[in-house]
Ligand binder design. Structure first.
Ligand code: RIB
Ligand code: CA
Length: 322
């Protein structure tokens, strides 16, 4: 069993990540924390509660940061719609929020479990994670792993250089990559391989029942915005890739790299500068021989799509039959 806290901004692909985590018996979903990203904190929190209530996912949900650490908030209504989860009909959220702020939920949960047993899975901007490090630095040595959806080593989706989760809160992202813990970066180069193809959609349709319809309605809406914004033939299920790796680390390959977040570039702010080998320019400085680079981050490279697709179908089947 892998214990996880899913920090998310539902968001169509975040909703799939919730279902995958709740629908796989090898995952112990300790809680869901929400962060402003795809939509406002009110909307993403309502969405998280509504998905949990609709499909009997009885885990704590704690509301988190309502804006990035430094720069003004940006939402992705052009992708996820006005509600943040446009497309499917979701019943109103009947579950109550955890009384704690997401940052306190993360700290309490990590500090109350045995060291190296809790995994953090941020799939929205990393604001809550950065605030938790600042409030309780001891979580860094105590957390087992951090598997983030964010960044890219080739090109971004919001600007040519920057991916949305990082672009929205680059300062938080840099804090997460600089902390001395085990980070896996699941960037666009990986998640753009995780497409909800017609083959996968047919398999989900065959599961039948309300969850199957919910997921297909999610993909119908997000598929239309991915086609109109980026000419995708099928929508990428970005965030579920992080949970998939906690279920089966062999679901994708990784390569070690030094990952830095650009914080000052006029046209490159939020870009993840991914250095797979010791590029001399990264530590060339007349006054300093000290290396600035570390090659600690695991960057996700190649997805085993059949294994990923099987996980999605198995989780929806499990939730439908439970
Ligand atoms: O760039 C993709 C990421 O931004 C995904 O996590 C999606 O949900 C949005 O938050
Ligand atoms: Ca997300």
């Amino acid at each position: 069993m892998e214990k996880i806290i899913l920090d998310c901004d539902p968001g169509h692909d975040d909703a799939i990540a919730i279902l995958l985590a709740a629908g796989n018996p090898t995952i112990d979903l300790l809680g869901i924390t929400t962060v402003a990203g795809n939509q406002t904190i009110e909307k993403v929190t309502r969405n998280a509660l509504a998905v949990c209530a609709a499909y009997g996912i009885e885990v704590p949900v704690a509301r988190g940061a309502e804006r990035p650490l430094v720069i003004p908030q940006m939402v992705a209504d052009f992708v996820h719609g006005e509600t943040g989860l446009d497309g499917p009909d979701l019943p109103p959220a009947t579950f109550e929020l955890d009384r704690r702020h997401a940052v306190d939920f993360i700290i309490d949960t990590v500090m109350s479990h045995e060291p190296k047993t809790v995994n953090l899975v941020p799939t929205g901007p990393f604001t809550n994670i950065a605030l938790a490090i600042r409030k309780e630095p001891r979580i860094v040595e105590r957390v087992k792993s951090v598997t983030v959806m964010g960044g890219a080593h080739t090109r971004g989706n919001i600007t040519p250089g920057a991916e949305f989760n990082i672009y929205v809160d680059p300062e938080a992202a840099e804090a997460v990559f600089r902390a001395d813990w085990d980070v896996t970066m699941v960037g666009l180069d990986l998640t753009h391989q995780a497409l909800a193809t017609s083959e996968l959609q047919d398999r989900v349709r065959a599961v039948g029942g309300p969850i199957s319809k919910f997921v297909l309605d999610l993909w119908a809406f997000i598929g239309s915005t991915y086609e109109s914004n980026w000419e995708f033939a099928a929508p990428p299920v970005h965030d579920a890739c992080c949970v998939a790796a906690l279920i089966d680390p062999a679901v994708f390959t990784v390569a070690k790299a030094d990952v830095r977040v650009e914080l000052h570039g006029e046209w490159t702010k939020g870009m993840t500068v991914v250095n797979f080998q010791d590029a001399p320019g990264m530590h060339h400085d007349a006054g300093s021989a000290a290396k600035q680079t570390d090659f600690r981050t695991n960057v996700a490279m190649t997805l085993e799509w059949p294994r990923f697709a099987d996980q999605i179908v198995d989780a929806l089947t499990y939730l439908t039959e439970k």
